[in-house]
Design a protein around this ligand. Sequence first.
Ligand code: 4AD
Ligand code: MG
Length: 431
Amino acid sequence: MQKITIAQLPAHAGEQVKIGAWLSNKRSSGKIAFLQLRDGTGFVQGVVVKAEVGEEVFAQAKALTQETSLYITGEVKEDTRSSFGYELAVIGIEVIHEAVDFPITPKEHGTEFLMDNRHLWLRSRKQHAIMKIRNEIIRATYEFFNENGFVKVDPPILTGSAPEGTSELFATKYFEEDAYLSQSGQLYMEAAAMALGKVFSFGPTFRAEKSKTRRHLIEFWMIEPEMAFTEHHESLEVQEQFVAHVIQSVLKNCPLELERLERDTTKLEKIKAPFPRISYDDAIKFLNDNGFDDISWGDDFGAPHETAIAESYDMPVFITNYPIGIKPFYMQPHPERDDVVLCADLIAPEGYGEIIGGSERIHDFDLLKKRIEEHKLDEEAYKWYLELSKYGAVPHSGFGLGLERTVAWISGAEHVRETIPFPRLLNRLYP
Ligand code: 4AD
Ligand code: MG
């Protein structure tokens, strides 16, 4: 008999097949047992009818414990009541390994308990759905950048310099030298853009931020495109097309997962380019006019501010041209103003906050050198970076999208801890 996966069942309707699976849940009466089976590729119900399988197989089915691994043989049947559309009429059961007292039962558990058991919690339906959506976002990301002429470049993880400021660095020893875990590959991506034109990276990022919010991870994954001969407004167009492509791909390819998560997809269906833009100046004015007296020009937004701004739109919104004082050294000043820079943060709807930070980069050698001095950065460490603006400097722009915040938004997860397989949080390095 052919051994297939649950995802392959629809192509075998009416046939007898064999699948490897774990038992995720079970219900039974005196005559019939319903086995909830999962194999990673999907979930299917196995129906065991005593009158058909006989006493022995039926007793075996009734005794199965949660997470026991099995080979199951059965006939694939259409089942219009489930969203998957198929079920398995069980013929035989072979236990591979019996699981005893699996800690995560179908009842409610507390967050810390689930986090301590993350290695097992990943098997649950909800977590499975979030991981599948994460995977689809990753797939759609590669698709978008490959189709648009970008080259994937991998910046180093161990670095000697700190693009986003020095306070949030994980320091380590690099033999005799000091090194830091990368908090952004951007500066290396700028070098790569001067060699390859349009590039993107996709890798882990480390921030020793003492933030304990539902949006902050210590280790997260970032997609960082960088484009030569590209001005800020052109970069915004790439950003909105990229985000819209990711959303439309998840809607198309993950309908069962979105349903499992009870995600209201009507809000996602509306997400199409172009996205609205609001200047930082206008955003501050909007907040002050709407009862926020805790923020004034020059301050950075907190989560409640971002949420209030986002609530006026049913699309992600770009907040553009932030004050120079609250942004990193490399951002290109506004051509007509010296107090703001050519940058934007993209704020997701529904309170998910900033998902992209991006800007045009300074390409004037003298200005860049001055900014490095003003920020009191170690000039020796940035010597190579400065050289990029010495040899054929061009206007260039780029951005960074945080994968986990994007997964949280699209899947409707309450907290980023559920959007990465093994989250690294302020007080958690285990499992
Ligand atoms: O705004 P950030 O700090 O921008 C940069 O690092 C730029 N160098 C990117 C670039 O232009 N190449 O981070 C970019 C995005 C944020 O918008 C957010 O989505 C995510 O990374 N992010 C985090 N996600 C989870 N946990 C954290 N602690 C995060 N910090 C940033
Ligand atoms: Mg940012």
